[in-house]
Design a binder for this molecule. Structure first.
Ligand code: THU
Length: 134
């Protein structure tokens, strides 16, 4: 399927408006595209007990899964934040992506200046720990 990266980034920018980030003041938006064209938004949701906060990327993935979507349906994930370079996913999100997204899924990273870099879960987390190690 043809992936319109800029459209998916617009969806991520829209999702970013839903960020609840009163502690870090760092709003992140994400959007997960499925094979049938549907898009699942995610934004970071923080908590006064800081470690309970959840990143935008994981919220987007979990949002899709809670709607019955499966790994095979995921075709691209975009994320955006107000960073100098295109916003890069944290280590926890990389671990979750490595298990829940196909390893070659385009991960479209961007910032508010319009810089863009595309990578994959396999590139983001080489030598990943997986369920097969258990
Ligand atoms: N954050 C994300 O949502 N995604 C990332 O890839 C990096 C970090 C959030 C977590 C926290 O709410 C805030 O950004 C600052 O770390």
């Amino acid at each position: 399927m043809e992936i319109d990266e800029n459209k998916l980034l617009e969806d991520a920018l829209e999702a970013r408006k839903l960020s609840y980030s009163p502690y870090s003041h760092f709003a992140v938006g994400a959007a997960l595209l499925c094979r049938d064209g549907s898009v699942y938004p995610g934004a970071n949701i923080e908590n006064s007990s800081y470690p309970l906060s959840l990143c935008a990327e994981r919220n987007a993935i979990f949002n899709a899964m809670m709607d019955g979507r499966k790994k095979e349906e995921f075709v691209a994930l975009a994320l955006i934040a107000d960073t100098e370079a295109p916003c890069s996913p944290c280590g926890s999100c990389r671990q979750v992506m490595s298990e829940l997204l196909p390893s070659d899924t385009p991960i479209i990273m961007s910032n508010l200046k319009g810089d863009k870099k595309v990578t994959t879960p396999a590139e983001l987390l080489p030598f990943a720990f997986s369920g097969e190690d258990l």
